[in-house]
Write a protein that binds this ligand. Sequence first.
Ligand SMILES: Nc1ncnc2c1ncn2[C@@H]1O[C@H](COP(=O)(O)OP(=O)(O)OP(=O)(O)O)[C@@H](O)[C@H]1O
Ligand SMILES: O=C(O)C1=C[C@@H](O)[C@@H](O)[C@H](O)C1
Ligand SMILES: [Mg+2]
Length: 174
Amino acid sequence: MVGMMGAGKTAVGRALALRLGVPFLDSDHEIEEAANMTIPEIFARDGEAFFRQKESQVIERLLDEARGVLSTGGGAFLSEANRKMISEKGVSVWLNADLEVLWNRVRHRDHRPLLRTADPHATLKALYEARVPLYAKADLVVHSDAQTSIEGMVDRVLEGLETRPDVLEPVTGA
Ligand SMILES: Nc1ncnc2c1ncn2[C@@H]1O[C@H](COP(=O)(O)OP(=O)(O)OP(=O)(O)O)[C@@H](O)[C@H]1O
Ligand SMILES: O=C(O)C1=C[C@@H](O)[C@@H](O)[C@H](O)C1
Ligand SMILES: [Mg+2]
């Protein structure tokens, strides 16, 4: 799962894994566990570049660790090296939500260090505009709107994956 903060990578990824009966992995969560620190703490103490280095290492490990659903952090798919690893080992799914949908999902939460700015809406917009061309490199694009529930998103992802039966075959036994 790739896409912006608030796109639903964690929420939809977890529900998708449950539906498929496969492991769910989340790179943000794994980084926090390994460091025994929260992401804001890592950004504050070690900086974003350090976080990105750890993120790449964790993604490489998780891609090898289990066959399942991997939700990445919002910035992970911006790195060409990460995109290459992901495309070699799996299928990337961009959860694409409009800016206002994203904003409504992230505005009340304070655990995203990149949004701790004087004008977080403007920051989110700038990140969104800069990142869309890179997220668009994903194998599959699934649109997320304000009306579609998490389970509805899982349905959409599974529909999209029908074009990639190789991805689901070992899981469903089809
Ligand atoms: N389709 C949806 N319908 C309703 N709520 C949703 C939907 N998708 C996500 N949410 C909610 O929006 C919030 C943000 O979602 P989530 O944490 O999954 O985003 P994320 O893409 O993992 O973000 P990050 O990159 O910061 O980890 C959560 O509270 C989640 O439950
Ligand atoms: O969009 C981003 O760059 C980020 C999103 C989160 O998932 C975390 O990985 C971190 O807050 C950075
Ligand atoms: Mg997440």
